[in-house]
Ligand binder design. Structure first.
Ligand code: NAD
Length: 361
């Protein structure tokens, strides 16, 4: 029998990524209902995708539908509230990124999931590019020893998301760093084997809030949004540029820059260095010794959709629920990433390096 799925909120990511990802594996998932506080989009989403029921109250949906799986796709500030609600109703949860802004919230969410005997997985959908998957395999096969230095660079030329509430701190929690930087951080800690963060030094800036670009260039990869809200740059109180460094307990250092808008080449780049080898992504270039050089062997992505990462996640989740696999995005990784995010914004606000010790560890 297929797992019953409910989805909370019917915005861009629900329509473009979560619904297609569950429907890709229709032998194992049946989406029984969706909900949104906006009835028009809830009804429209249900009709467009052939989903039998829609609700304007998520708790009512959970009570009546008793789903096995819930996708939490509300704006960031509501992730915890709806994740805890879905867990309370006995569901397993796939929660959109960023799972949380506060380390203590992430710990609480995973502890509650564990106590409830349910799976909670952060929707870190950007690990699954062919270059990152190939790099992970290369590292796991022993191609690198201790990674002592890394760089990540996630740059959009003009990509401030302007269809929703991403630009408003009270709803989004932050700007470019928490929105697209979280994907890079997740990929990085995963590739590095999840070393514990020791300290973070970061800076936030706003330079281009009056210049928005295309929908696709700002993250609505299918070119469609469903709940477009007029964008008022004067409401924007989050960063469009961030940079800094992360130090890990094992001594490794990472420098980063993340931009929704910057006069730089577009980038989703990761560099990792160890004594044995260095990796440059997405090129897949491998460097070793004085002249040694080769290229990672990459496999073609099996899913022909811009949000292919969500397919990997729903495929993994069904296997986890059937006892055939472990969660691909682990609680420990998501807690570490949340801690880095919180430390980054604290550092930017205080203008100084923040240490993990300030979290009572
Ligand atoms: N994994 C990815 O690559 C990816 C990409 C884009 C967005 N996201 C994440 O998905 C989430 C949603 O983004 P989106 O682009 O779909 O946003 P969106 O603005 O298109 O949609 C948000 C929806 O949430 C509804 N909503 C707002 N407040 C609510 C509340 N309190 N309770 C219930 N519903 C509420 C709105 O009516 C709207 O329909 C965000 O957390 C975002 O970070 C992830």
């Amino acid at each position: 029998m297929a797992f019953k799925v409910c989805i909370i909120s019917c915005g861009m990511i629900t329509n473009a990524a979560h619904i297609p990802a569950y429907q890709q594996f229709s032998e194992d998932y049946e989406i029984v209902a969706v909900s949104d506080i906006n009835e028009i989009v809830a009804k429209d989403t249900a009709e467009r995708h052939g989903i039998p029921r829609y609700y304007t109250n998520a708790e009512k949906m959970l009570t009546e539908e008793k789903p096995d799986v819930v996708s939490v796709c509300v704006p960031n500030a509501f992730h915890k509230e709806y994740t805890m609600m879905a867990l309370r109703h006995g569901a397993n949860v796939l929660c959109e990124k960023p799972l949380a802004f506060h380390y203590s919230d992430a710990v609480e969410m995973f502890e509650y999931a564990k106590k409830s005997g349910k799976v909670l997985m952060a929707c870190q959908s950007m690990r699954f590019t062919p270059d990152r998957l190939a790099a992970k395999k290369y590292i796991e096969d022993g191609g690198m020893d201790k990674i002592y230095y890394g760089e990540l660079s996630r740059i959009r030329r003009r990509g401030i998301p302007y269809w929703g509430t991403f630009h408003m701190k009270k709803i989004s929690g932050g700007g470019a760093f928490v929105d697209i930087g979280v994907h890079m951080l997740d990929a990085l800690v995963w590739l590095m084997g999840n070393p514990a963060v020791k300290s973070v030094s970061g800076t936030t800036m706003e330079n281009h809030k009056y210049e928005v670009g295309s929908l696709v260039g700002s993250g609505a990869l299918s070119g469609e949004v469903h709940t477009k809200r007029p964008f008022d740059p004067d409401e924007m109180d989050v960063e469009d540029f961030s940079c800094g460094t992360i130090t890990f307990e094992n001594g490794a250092k990472v420098s980063f820059k993340v931009a929704w808008a910057a006069n730089l080449p577009e980038a989703s780049d990761i560099v990792l260095v160890s004594k044995k080898a260095g990796i440059d992504l997405p090129s897949g270039r491998l460097l070793f010794g004085e002249n040694g050089e080769s290229t990672l062997e990459m496999e073609k992505c099996p899913y022909d959709t811009p949000f292919f990462g969500h397919m990997y996640l729903t495929d993994n989740l069904r296997k986890v629920l059937k006892g055939e696999a472990a969660p691909i995005v682990t609680p420990e990784e998501s807690i570490n990433v949340t801690k880095i995010i919180e430390m980054f914004y604290l550092s930017a606000a205080q203008g100084k390096e923040v240490s993990a010790a300030s979290f009572g560890e």
